[in-house]
Ligand binder design. Structure first.
Ligand code: 3LM
Length: 399
């Protein structure tokens, strides 16, 4: 495979990196290799590939040529040495965590995380003797105070799902490094176009590629980007021997297709979300808007420092709390009631009863989000149409 090495711009890399049509009969788009296994020319070739003495594909669970193109491209976009594509974001997260922790280790995590990541860390890892401590990472001093000799991993999302808290990646990377802990950042909300945690000192980036990377709500996938030595562990231990969460070649192809428009889509998501966040903030029925692009957001400056723009996700609380929030969601007409994010369609959901139902009610309060919080994934529709739907739904929610 020809790898372009020129220091090309982000959009150029998102369209071209790691694929040369002339290597594949001139086909503009990469072929989808629908195969579960690979023929060896001789017995020794197979044996040598299993020991790692020879390069080459062995079996679909550990590699596929279409998937390799995607992995090469994702590594280039995140500024990492290597990448692993997985069957879902949770597949990416478990590949990383299960490959790295053992009984007796501690994990240090931010206090708000996507619901299933939270549950994995709090409940399920505990069954295997791994303890997770949750701290408010918006203040790096909390990380410095809680990190210790048993801390193997430090885990965060920024902005956090669902309440848009921002964590200082460079500061926490430095603290993690001083304590020999590996720092994992879930970059799903940003994509590498808006934020590149590895260049800020993080060790491992994980993604739900189901979201903006795919971008069209038609697949489930995930990705991990890190140093080659670690990615090899995630592939040959995590995926191969622990969770089997390999991506299908067809989904890898769809993500490569989605990546071609990533910059255009993200620019539009960010532009519309910023305008809507201002509209919502000015509306008398809205109590609070959580969006780091708002100038009065307490973390606006930090967000501006580590993100190119502020993303397409907005959270809000309405006056009248949960009842008003539900009425708003029921009144939405153009906006679709659905979990997930990063699609062309604007989606609205209720974290406490949906994506974050894995938190007990008292945990939701302790971890910083209310039952009244509503989350919007701002899509690619015309701004005026979205604004119109939001205004009519807010009117009806107030009746
Ligand atoms: C959601 N989130 O609506 P998959 N990391 C982050 C995520 O937001 C998610 C994952 C990992 C949502 C999915 S909830 C039932 C629907 C920051 C997923 C996990 O395994 O690809 O879904 O990614 O917030």
């Amino acid at each position: 495979m020809t790898i372009r090495n020129a220091p090309e711009g982000f959009a150029t890399r998102a369209i071209h990196f790691g694929y040369d049509p002339l290597d594949y009969h001139g086909a503009l788009n990469p072929p989808v290799f629908l195969t579960s296994t690979y023929a060896f020319d001789r017995t020794d070739t197979g044996s040598n590939r299993f020991t790692g003495d020879e390069h080459g594909y062995i079996y679909g669970r550990v590699g596929n040529p279409t998937t390799s193109i995607l992995e090469t491209r994702l590594a280039a976009l995140e500024g990492g040495e290597a990448a692993l594509a997985t069957s879902s974001g949770m597949g990416a997260i478990t590949s990383v965590i299960w490959s790295l922790v053992k009984a007796g280790d501690d994990v240090l995590a931010d206090k708000t995380l996507y619901g299933c990541t939270f549950s994995l860390l709090l409940h399920h890892l505990a069954r295997f003797g791994v303890t997770t401590h949750f701290v408010d990472m918006t203040d790096p001093a909390n990380v410095a105070a809680a990190i210790g000799p048993k801390t193997r991993l430090v885990v965060t999302e920024t902005p956090s799902n669902p309440n848009m808290r921002i964590v200082d990646i460079a500061a926490i990377a430095e603290i993690s490094r001083q304590h020999d802990a590996l720092f994992v950042v879930d970059n799903t909300y940003c994509t590498p176009y808006l934020q590149r945690p590895l260049t800020l000192g993080a060790d491992i980036v994980v993604h739900s590629a189901t979201k903006y990377l795919g971008g069209h709500g038609d697949l489930l996938a995930g990705a991990v980007v890190s140093r080659k030595e670690l990615v090899d562990q995630f592939r040959f231990v995590g995926i191969k021997e622990m969770n089997g969460a390999c991506i299908s070649a067809f989904d890898a192809f769809l993500i490569l297709r989605g990546l071609k428009t990533l910059t255009l889509r993200m620019d539009r998501h960010c532009e519309t979300a910023l305008k809507l966040a201002h509209d919502l903030q000015a509306h008398p029925r809205v109590d609070r808007v959580f969006y780091p692009g708002l100038a009065d957001n307490p973390q606006h400056e930090l967000a501006a420092r580590q993100m190119k723009a502020f993303g397409g996700m907005i959270a809000m609380e309405l006056k009248g709390g949960l009842a008003a929030g539900k009425a708003f969601m029921d009144a939405a007409s153009l906006i679709t009631r659905a979990v997930s994010l990063g699609d062309a369609e604007t989606l609205v959901q209720h974290p406490a009863s949906m994506t974050h139902a894995t938190y007990a009610p008292e945990e939701r309060a302790a971890h910083g989000f209310t039952d009244g919080l509503i989350r919007l994934s701002v899509g690619l529709e015309d701004y005026d149409d979205l604004r119109g739907d939001i205004l009519q739904a807010l009117d009806r929610a107030g009746q």
